[in-house]
Design a protein around this ligand. Structure first.
Ligand code: NDP
Ligand code: 8X3
Length: 251
């Protein structure tokens, strides 16, 4: 019997998803890495293929047709997906509700919420059929509380936590594990995306030691390697300098 697990990771071209792909590869997990930036998918596939079997899928999680087409195109050896890491997502903008842009709101709800649903919908039926699987959704501390100007990003991450709780209930009869990992401040490309390349993105991580992508990747790997009877439901992780979304001890 082949004991090799297969994981599909969305948002594997950067930050938390990329670090998770690397740690999974080191542990021999077969990988389906996903994202929109083909050159990054190619570079990561090349790097990780020294350690495990890798394939990549280029799709925008906002496009439900692309999502189903891409996942449906997997070759036989990648079709049995044991672990789904729903990680793709970002904040777009940081504005008072009265100033927010419709495009930013659409991006956050379409990617962080609907994109996660589309990818899940494409994969859950095989898990229910086999009566096994593990879904890890990357939420956020922003899904636990709301901070000034966080409005729609916080709403999208509150939705991720609600969907995670709903999945855990509905998939309970099938023995499928469902986990939410909710990080605080992690130093990735997240703030560059949020601030659209503005240099103020760098300030977000100045004056304290932020979480690094590898810190979250290690926790994800811990969550997916617990014994069969142990399921981590929901986990909140901050850098030591952070107490909540607005309380950060800086030098
Ligand atoms: P990065 O910006 O470094 O990575 C985001 C990833 O999401 C990229 O790989 C990107 O790939 C992918 N992505 C974004 N939009 C789309 C899309 N429309 N379709 C497909 N893929 C997409 O950020 P992080 O690693 O920090 O973020 C990962 C997750 O962690 C997100 O859900 C974020 O909300 C969450 N998070 C981040 C925190 C932080 O402080 N950094 C804290 C709490 C949660 P590509 O552009 O190639 O498509
Ligand atoms: C990312 C953390 O505080 O920028 O989800 O919302 S925060």
């Amino acid at each position: 019997m082949n004991n090799t697990k297969t994981a599909l990771i969305t948002g594997a071209t950067s930050g938390i998803g990329q670090a998770t792909a690397r740690i999974f590869a080191r542990h021999g997990i077969q990988l389906i890495i996903c994202g929109r930036r083909q050159e990054r998918l190619d570079a990561l596939s090349k790097e990780l293929s020294e350690l495990t079997t890798v394939t990549s899928l280029k799709f925008d999680v906002r496009d439900k047709y692309e999502v189903f087409k891409a996942i449906g195109s997997l070759s036989t050896s990648f079709q049995h997906i044991d672990i789904l890491i729903n990680n793709a997502g970002n904040a777009h903008g940081l504005d008072f509700i009265q100033d927010g842009s419709l495009e930013d709101w659409d991006a956050m709800m379409d990617i962080n919420v609907k994109g996660l649903l589309y990818v899940s919908k494409a994969i859950i039926p095989q898990m229910t059929k086999r009566q096994s699987g593990h879904i890890v959704n990357i939420g956020s501390s922003a899904g636990k509380e709301v901070y000034p100007k966080g409005n729609v990003y916080c709403a999208s991450k509150h939705a991720v936590i609600a969907i995670t709780d709903g999945m855990r209930i509905d998939l309970n009869p099938f023995g499928i594990k469902v986990t939410a990992i909710n990080p605080g401040l992690v130093e990735t490309e997240f703030s560059e995306v949020r601030f659209k390349g503005d240099p103020k993105a760098k300030q977000v991580y100045k004056g304290y030691k932020a979480l690094q992508a590898i810190d979250i990747a290690e926790i994800i790997h811990f969550a997916i390697t617990r014994p069969a009877h142990v399921a981590i439901a929901d986990l909140l992780v901050f850098p030591t300098a952070q107490a909540n979304s607005i309380t950060v001890k800086k030098n």
